[in-house]
Design a protein around this ligand. Structure first.
Ligand SMILES: Cc1ncc(COP(=O)(O)O)c(C=O)c1O
Length: 391
């Protein structure tokens, strides 16, 4: 089935791309006119042919120079699938809810997200025939808001943080008001819904087909969905696989105190139940300076690049390949660069936020997640579930 295998070399041999797509995908019929129109609601009955476009993304070998030399790593390029990586989770959550009868045909889907899941739900909503309402906060990127509206979702903007629970709580409060107002509306609840985790089974299967074996999997962690799903599936094929989690400074997921965060996608201010703490061998916290530096380096010399989480995982994957020669490292680039043209790739934005400072080439090693409050790239080989610790 996976009949195409093509190797391309970038300038200076920076990238080898293994394309592994089903032959049939090259012969898809042209999209129907309904797909091209700017939709205000999902098409009645859905556009299930869209589902055939999901996944089957290529893997690139990346050895673009970081501030240190390294031996390269493999990266799954999820931005080459419509809706990016999170469309897999979105489709899985909606399909499972439909099977259980929790989501009736044509019913509205409501979720709190300012990020990639919104695009994924826009995709899943059109494919399966559900209008989508997204609760976002005031600080959502302008381009993201435009994109979500163009894809036919209704964007509900929350303009005041909750006095105690911040933006996340304010969004949840609005979400519950909407669920009360919209009969039959369904909330996927990506942070705690196990169907988010199982949505990555196909991604794992693709990796097993594309790579002989990997020793280390490096994953960004937001809801915990893809790290948990991939580790579980891949270890059935590669039992010795180590899992390295990548969070952002200021995120609570791995036991650090909450602080304002510039980086989006990875990190959280809550403790998502989808994070499989026992699956992780170590965690790294990355700061925005390091992520910007990595994204820009990748763009300049490897062509494949992306947003905050891509910069973060690339840094860590490259560093592990440097420190442990001979170890085969694989990571996932969840989305591409286009949403970040006004931030990561914008000199004025980066200068205004102090993101063009020299980025550290090595992490600080900390003995315990609670030992110090991290403010730059740090690494800890003890991984704890903060909820279990507090209990
Ligand atoms: C761009 C991006 N990267 C990484 C992640 C983290 O993935 P997960 O939620 O599977 O932990 C997210 C989650 O929303 C994301 O939007």
């Amino acid at each position: 089935m996976f009949s195409r295998r093509r190797v391309e070399r970038g300038v200076g041999g920076a990238v080898s791309v293994l394309l592994a797509r089903r032959r049939s995908e090259y012969r898809l019929p042209l999209p129907c006119p309904g797909w091209c129109a700017v939709l205000t609601t999902a098409p009645a009955g859905g556009a299930p042919h869209l589902l055939r476009l999901l996944g089957q993304t290529p893997v690139a070998f990346v050895d673009a120079p970081m501030p240190f030399s390294h031996n390269g790593f493999h990266a799954k390029l999820e931005y080459l699938s419509p809706g990016g990586m999170k469309a897999r989770a979105a489709v899985a959550m909606l399909q499972a809810a439909r099977q259980r009868g929790e989501l009736r045909p044509g019913a509205t889907v409501v979720e709190s997200t300012s990020g990639t899941l919104g695009v994924g739900l826009a995709f899943a909503g059109q494919a399966l025939g559900h209008p989508v309402v997204l609760v976002v906060d005031r600080d959502i990127d302008r381009s993201m808001r435009t994109l979500l509206t163009a894809y036919g979702t209704t964007v509900e903007v929350v303009d005041q943080p909750h006095p105690v629970g911040g933006w996340q709580q304010a969004r949840l409060d609005r979400l519950h008001q909407l669920l009360d107002r919209l009969p039959g509306a369904f909330w996927p609840d990506q942070y705690h819904n196990p169907d988010n985790v199982t949505g990555y089974r196909a991604l794992a299967d693709e990796l097993v087909t594309q790579l002989d074996v990997a020793d280390v999997l490096v994953c960004s962690v937001g809801t915990g969905g893809h790290s948990a799903g991939l580790a579980r599936e891949l270890r059935r094929h590669w039992p010795g696989l180590r899992l390295v989690g990548v969070d952002t400074v200021g995120s609570t997921i791995f036991g650090q105190p909450a602080r304002p965060r510039l980086m989006r996608g990875l990190g959280s201010s809550i403790y998502p139940r989808n994070v499989d703490y026992r699956a992780f061998d170590e965690v790294h916290w990355i700061g925005p300076v390091e992520a910007v530096d990595s994204c820009r380096r990748l763009a300049r010399t490897a062509f494949v690049t992306g947003g905050w989480s891509t910069g973060a995982v690339a840094r860590v994957a490259a560093w592990i390949s440097r420190m442990e020669s001979g170890v085969r490292v694989v990571t996932v680039f969840p989305d591409g660069p286009h949403r970040y043209l006004d931030s990561i790739f914008d000199d004025a934005y980066c200068a205004a936020h102090g993101l063009l400072a020299p980025a550290p080439a090595h992490p600080i090693e900390i003995p315990h997640p609670y030992a110090v409050e991290v403010t730059r790239w740090s690494r800890c080989r003890t991984v704890l579930d903060p909820v279990a610790v507090a209990a």
